[in-house]
Design a protein around this ligand. Structure first.
Ligand SMILES: [Zn+2]
Length: 143
């Protein structure tokens, strides 16, 4: 640690080599843009959140297909399992993650986009964790 924690990280300017803060938009010496050269959430919001958009819609379809199959098994075997209710809740969670992410991508304001993107990510991650739990419950119930 040769720098105090409060001082911003320095990076050489790609044009003139002068040390500039990584938070700076442009080099104070020559005016070369610095922030624009780095890919970040402001310049690439779609690539950050689009995987959630794709994956959550896939998972909704998967949950509903599995739910249908469980209902058929329940009907033919005359049994009742707990995992179908969990799957229905999980499908809703993935849908909410999908909606939040779609909204985030369409927002112009970077702050609000980040907020909705993170919220979508939180719902997506929670739904994924719940899917792991459902798989375990389903495996035990169908044994
Ligand atoms: Zn410079």
């Amino acid at each position: 640690m040769n720098q105090p924690a409060s001082s911003p990280r320095l990076e050489p300017c790609p044009a003139c080599g002068r040390e500039c803060s990584v938070a700076a938009a442009a080099c104070p010496g020559c005016g070369h843009p610095i922030a624009a050269a780095r890919p970040n959430e402001r310049t690439a919001p779609d690539t950050l959140y689009s995987h959630i958009l794709d994956q959550s819609s896939l998972k909704v379809g998967m949950c509903l297909t599995l739910l249908g199959l469980i209902k058929v098994v329940e009907g033919t075997k005359g049994i009742s399992v707990f995992s179908d209710e969990l799957l229905a809740i999980n499908a809703v969670l993935f849908l909410v993650a999908n909606m939040l992410t779609y909204h985030a991508i369409k927002l112009e304001d970077p702050q609000r986009r980040k907020k909705f993107g993170r919220l979508g990510d939180l719902f997506f991650t929670s739904a994924l964790c719940m899917l792991v739990l459902i798989c375990a419950v389903l495996a035990f119930e169908l044994l």
